[in-house]
Design a binder for this molecule. Sequence first.
Ligand code: GLU
Length: 307
Amino acid sequence: MKKVDYSAILQQVYDQSKAFADEGKVADYIPELSTVNSSKFGIYLHTKDQTNYELGDRLESFSIQSISKVFTLSMAFSHLKENIWERVGVEPSGTPFNSIVQLEYENGIPRNPFINAGALVIADILLSHLKNPKEELLQFVRALAQDESIQFDTKIAQSEKESGYHNASLVHMLKAYGNIKNPCEDVLDFYYNQCSLSMNCKQLALSFSPYASLIEPFDFAGIVLSKSQVKRINAIMLSCGFYDESGDFAFRVGLPGKSGVGGGIIAFHPHEYSIAVWSPRLNKKGNSARGMKALELFTTLSGQSIF
Ligand code: GLU
C-alpha cells in the first residue's frame, strides 16, 4: 500500500470533522450514558509496523457498549466452533439493534450476533461454557489490549439494568423459543456488564489489531481462533457492525468495524491498521455522527479502504 503521511491526515480529519461536532444526540435511554461531555473527540491509529498516531481525547475511557459484542462473539466462537450458527445467524438485520419483531417472525433465532437479541444468545452461551464469565471476558480484553487496567463500569451496568426493559423483553422472548438456557436475569446481568466495559481509543485500537493482522495463532488468555474464524468475525463486522447503517458505513468508509451507543467506533484495514474514534453524539441510527464522518474522511484522504 502506498505510503501516506498519517499525522497530517489525522490532523485534517480532526479539523474537518469539527463541522459535525454538534450533530446528533448523546444516548440517554441508559441514564448514566447521558452524563458524558458531548464535545469529546478522540482518535487513535495503530499501524501494522506498530506505529501509533493519536489526537484529542484518545486516552479518556468511555463505555464501549456494543463494541463488546465482538469480544463475546470471539469467546463463544472459540468454544462452540461452527455449532454456534445453530443459535444465531450471520445476516444483516435491516432493523434497529434492539428490534423485537424480527425475532418472532424468525422463531427466536436472531439474525446476527451484533443485534441485541444475538448478543444475548452469545451471553447465554458464555454463561453455559465458562466458570467465571465476567472475569474471563475481562482477562480476554486485557490480553488483547495488552492493558491490565481495563474494567467494567458498574455505574453504567447498574443504570442499564434499571432501565433495560427492552433487553428484558428480548431475553424472555428468546427463552420462550428455547434459545436461552440460563436464567434470564443472569444473562442480562452478564450482558449489561459486558456493555459497560470502559476503554479508551488507544486500548480499542490495540485490542482490534489482532483482528486486523489475521496472524496465527490468535491466542489471548486462552481464547484461540483459527485464521478462518477471525475472517468470519471480520466479515460479520463488515456486514452487521453498524446497526441498520452497516451498508452505509461500507459505502462511505469501506472498512469492517463495530460501533457502540457510547459513541465509540473501531474500524480496521486487514493487514494494515486499526483505528478507533470516539465522539458521544449519535446519529439517528445510533452511530457516532462525528465518528462516522471522521472515518469517512480518513479513508478518503488516505485512499486506504478495503475497496
Ligand atoms: N447496552 C446497549 C443496549 O443493549 C448496547 C447498545 C449498543 O451499543 O448498540 O441497548
